[in-house]
Design a protein around this ligand. Structure first.
Ligand code: CDP
Length: 221
């Protein structure tokens, strides 16, 4: 009998370091990384190309735009492509970030994302990250992690990630944006009852990656 693929689900609020942590854990274990947020972002970017005025978006319109997005496998991760092209810069831009939570409230868009993520995990061991991976998408995941961190610390990390000089004012503004997005995403950002909660406020990236890798080795060993 073939063994079913191993799934590690990493969830948590905005900018809690889920994606970068998931990518590093996947590389250490030889798994593939699937970033479910990148699909919500890709659907939003695809819709923005069709209609720039977000107040006119409908669920049906977003779903139609999302159909030209596919999730492709690279060496260590999956990435969304629109009409066959990678769209990394576009999906990380301010326009997408401002509008993505609205798209993520649309039930059929959530189904579309969940189907793509489950397909990716059909034949490969994966580390998936998002908000509801351990609750809705993979309730039977082998290991569930929920990352939390102070919102000002998350804002500081996001600014550092951008690599541009920052001021206190920029940090204040980014903290507000993150708190607003947390509030909009609150409904789907709930830890599974069996998730291990890791507060990363005082941890380095390396430390949090090591913790998750050793938890997964304990579980499978
Ligand atoms: O990296 P960051 O935490 O800023 O965001 P992300 O993981 O790229 O997710 C972008 C947006 O997609 C979130 O603000 C949520 O609105 C939505 N999302 C979701 O609803 N459920 C998921 N499993 C993943 C993302």
């Amino acid at each position: 009998m073939t063994r079913r693929p191993y799934v590690i689900a990493i969830d948590g609020p905005a900018a809690s370091g889920k994606s970068s942590t998931a990518q590093m854990v996947a590389e250490k274990l030889g798994f593939l990384h699937v970033d479910s947020g990148s699909l919500y972002r890709a659907a939003t970017a695809a819709m923005l190309r069709v209609e720039a005025d977000a107040s006119r978006w409908t669920e049906q319109g977003v779903l139609a735009a999302a159909r030209s997005v596919e999730l492709r496998a690279a060496r260590t991760s999956f990435y969304p492509a629109l009409d066959g092209r990678a769209m990394e810069d576009e999906i990380r831009g301010g326009d997408v970030t401002r509008n993505v939570s609205r798209v993520a409230q649309m039930p059929r868009v959530r189904e579309w994302v969940n189907d793509r993520v489950r397909e990716a995990a059909e034949s490969k061991d994966v580390v998936v990250d998002g908000r509801d991976m351990g609750t809705v998408v993979f309730p039977d995941a082998d290991l569930k992690i929920f990352l939390v961190a102070d919102s000002r610390e998350r804002a500081a990390r996001r600014l550092r990630q951008r690599g541009t000089p920052t001021s206190e004012k920029m940090l204040d503004d980014e903290t507000i944006r993150i708190n607003e997005r947390d509030a909009r995403d609150a409904r789907q950002t709930v830890p599974a009852a069996d998730a291990v909660i890791i507060d990363t406020t005082g941890l380095t990236q390396q430390e949090q990656v090591e913790q998750i890798v050793s938890l997964s080795k304990q579980r499978s060993g």
